[in-house]
Design a protein around this ligand. Sequence first.
Ligand code: PBG
Length: 324
Amino acid sequence: MIIRPRRLRANQKIRDLVRETVLTKNDLIMPLFIDENLNAGDKKEIPSMPNQYRFSIDGVVEECKEIADLGIPAVILFGIPRYKDEIASSAYDKNGVIQKSIRKIKDELGDELLIIADTCLCEYTSHGHCGLIKDNKVLNDETLEILSKIALSYAESGVDVVAPSDMMDGRVGRIRSVLEENDYKDVAIMSYAAKYASSFYGPFRDAAESSPKSSIKDRKTYQMDYGNSREALREIELDINEGADMVLVKPALPYLDILKMAKENFNVPVGGYCVSGEYSMIEAAAQNGWLNREEAIMEALYCIKRAGADFIITYWAKEVANLL
Ligand code: PBG
């Protein structure tokens, strides 16, 4: 035998030397849930997501300091508001939970941490959908108006990046033009461009209280069908043409083929969102002693990076930053 691939696997040093993919702290974005109903000192563990919490507005500022100290570059914020209505008005309230949080975090940390705000209606609507509803339909164009109001109010509060996750048609273009018109030219858009209608969001909807509650039981008329991949290219292309600065593929692990296609076909940064269900599956298996938790986490994140992700949104960001 002349060729023996095992030579390059003989020990850790040689494996490190030839490794193609490297995960660094700079690749990580930590998602955070902020609950306006919590008192300053309280935090509440999310039952379906072990070790993940809902923070109060003051609590999230402290959490962000820890995250910045760990060397993680960015957080993405999700809000649980004090009130919900049909039109998600608590999402664009100047004194809404995310608006207040952005101002407080920026006051404390300035440019030490990038703040990304998930931009959607579902956590703020009484019916739990990502758009306005009329006659049993999720409306598209009417929803764009609300989304652009939300994005603008996050920009006014000092956000660095808005991340529309609603999957309405035309949202990126609408948000971009509202930001331009109001002189928020430097606020970037990270669009959830290829977002699939996935059961892996289950634990998140627990955490954010955002399950669809109306007679429309799922999000299949706006999020994508998991049988499709070419449609993802179309969605990503549209978002880039409308002004998205970076795009996301979501979920990540069951959709690595989509991530790879996205990376190969476009020249904007591509991120993978390792979602709540991916997190909870590994956590649950680890709790049962069925796999090695730390190794499984590292493998999962490395594989997302190997498939093409320039950055990863992951609930393990803090933990992994500690390990790296
Ligand atoms: C809001 C939103 C969701 C997630 C991110 N933004 C939920 C959904 O679309 O139902 C899911 C994230 C996760 O599962 O970790 N639209």
